[in-house]
Design a protein around this ligand. Structure first.
Ligand SMILES: [Ca+2]
Length: 505
């Protein structure tokens, strides 16, 4: 009997280790949309959530400047150094070497001096010199790294970075930049380091990147990675945690998602408090480089994103289609479209589109595909909704496509606990203790909602009873008396372990 128990334990370990081998030790890999697996019913596709790799998005960017004639050189004009108003150069749009067109913000750098776009000078002072630079992709993009802008004539005194999620119809601020936030935008200056998980979506004004000519740095950041680090740790070693958050919090997901960016340059670097009206050729904007790194948003239904007719398109899997894989293919409307899910980690849930009921059997093509999906359905019915098998009443979803949760359980997949419940191996159980309703008494502390750790003088579920009611001796001996019966009770459980150890060696 002990030997057979050991055998079944061994079988379990083999299963577990083969599962572990199947996935890389680093969690959070979403780079495979499907794999072929072998089951009793033959070879079938096993679907996973997937996403394209992050790339340099400036290769695909389009740019629009407002006002359109704001680039210098038409007519030719002189511009001068901010530190030295007598050291001047010429901008002339008709001569390559002296022209500074917008595309020089996106060319490959590496030469010196850098190539840069440049605006006209502030000759209209005191009328503000303002420029909107709109970057657009005609595609939804998820940012994965900091946005970095390099200025060649001092960083602007005032600037707003804005984003759009609807191809430029509406805009939201991303970050304010000013030498004096309070004065410029009536906002307290903040740094990304002041943010927490709770305030990660706050739009801040920062003075870190607006020190103008006097500081050596030419670079301005919008910090994506610092925001990721609030969830994934300083070195982003725990991306699984970030992905978990992104999955459950739409606002957080949307925060890092854009279709367009707009750089609103509101006042050029002046290097000092007052503008010198006699040397207005010192004031202008010049940008040598803009860096935007991200991935095509494909709703976790694609690993590829290609350019077609100068437009980025996801190469959709899971029977989805559309530029963002945002809908089910024709004849695959068997259930409503749904984005893939990063959860459960490490391979997520594909939420593939199922064949339409009416199309089954009408086309030989679908006959070929249907058996695969139905065999998936039979062997693992909860795959469809991915209902948590411990938290849901049935392992498949109901006719509305929803999971039905057991008492104390909640969430679309029934994998979360309501207040007053905690997750235990096989679902949600009501708290023994907590910090709200079932508080441990007499100085006891609640350990993981499972038990109160009582001070020595108290006992009971909530430490409500003095442990030796008026009889200290009974209590002292009682403790010893308790230990022995416990050991006797535990003996049948301990013994097999020892014996199976004997068989092992
Ligand atoms: Ca350049």
């Amino acid at each position: 009997m002990y030997f057979s128990r050991f055998l079944s334990l061994h079988a379990l370990w083999v299963t577990v280790s083969s599962v572990i081998q199947h996935y890389p030790s680093v969690w959070g890999h979403y780079d495979v949309c499907k794999t072929q697996i072998y089951t009793d019913e033959g070879k079938i596709w096993d679907y996973s959530a997937c996403q394209p790799e992050a790339i340099d998005m400036m290769k695909y960017v389009k740019v629009n400047l407002d006002p359109p004639n704001i680039t210098c050189g038409n007519p030719p004009e002189n511009f001068c150094g901010m530190g030295n108003p007598y050291m001047c150069n010429e901008c002339d749009a008709t001569i390559d070497e002296l022209a500074h067109p917008p595309e020089l913000m996106f060319d490959a750098e590496g030469r010196h001096p850098y190539t840069f776009w440049q605006s006209t000078t502030w000759k209209g002072y005191p009328k503000p010199l303002q420029v909107n630079i709109t970057l657009y992709w005609n595609k939804t993009i998820e940012l994965t790294d900091n946005i970095v802008i390099t200025f060649e004539s001092g960083r602007p005194d005032l600037m707003i970075l804005e984003k759009s999620l609807d191809y430029g119809r509406t805009w939201q601020p991303y970050q304010y930049y000013a030498t004096d936030c309070l004065d410029a935008f009536n906002m307290e200056p903040k740094s990304v380091r002041d943010l927490t998980q709770q305030t990660v979506l706050e739009i801040i004004c920062t003075e870190e990147y607006s020190t103008g000519y006097m500081a050596n740095s030419k670079i301005l950041h919008f910090e994506i990675k610092d925001r990721f680090a609030l969830f994934a740790g300083a070195r982003l070693h725990n991306m699984a945690s970030l992905y978990g958050q992104l999955d459950t919090t739409k606002n957080l997901r949307d925060f890092f998602t854009i279709t367009d960016l707009r750089i609103r340059l509101l006042r050029p670097a002046t290097g000092e408090i007052y503008v010198d009206p006699h040397h207005l050729t010192r004031y202008f904007y010049a940008i040598s480089d803009i860096r935007v790194v991200g991935r095509c948003k494909c709703n976790l239904h694609a690993t590829g994103c290609r350019e077609e007719n100068k437009k980025l398109l996801c190469e959709c899997e899971h029977n989805t289609t559309g530029p963002d894989c945002g809908k089910c293919k024709k004849n695959y409307q068997g259930r409503p479209w749904s984005a893939g899910s990063y959860l459960p980690i490490p391979k997520g849930t594909a939420n593939i589109c199922m064949p339409s009921i009416s199309s089954i059997g009408t086309s030989p093509k679908h006959d070929r595909i249907w058996p695969n999906i139905s065999s998936l359905g039979v062997s693992n019915p909860n795959q469809e909704c991915n209902c948590n098998r411990f938290g849901s009443i049935r392992d498949r979803c109901n006719e509305k496509g929803m999971c039905e949760c057991k008492q104390g359980t909640t969430g679309p997949k029934c994998d979360k606990c309501l207040r007053g419940y905690y997750w235990h191996n096989q679902g949600c159980q009501s708290n023994v203790c907590d910090n709200e309703l079932q508080i441990c008494l007499n100085g006891g502390t609640c350990e993981k909602n499972v038990r109160c750790l009582c001070p020595p003088t108290y006992t009971g579920v909530l430490c409500e009873k003095p442990s030796c009611e008026g009889n200290s001796e009974a209590c002292n001996t009682g403790q010893r008396a308790l230990t022995l019966p416990c050991l006797i009770l535990l003996l049948p459980l301990i013994a097999p372990l020892g014996l199976s150890g004997f068989f092992l060696f």
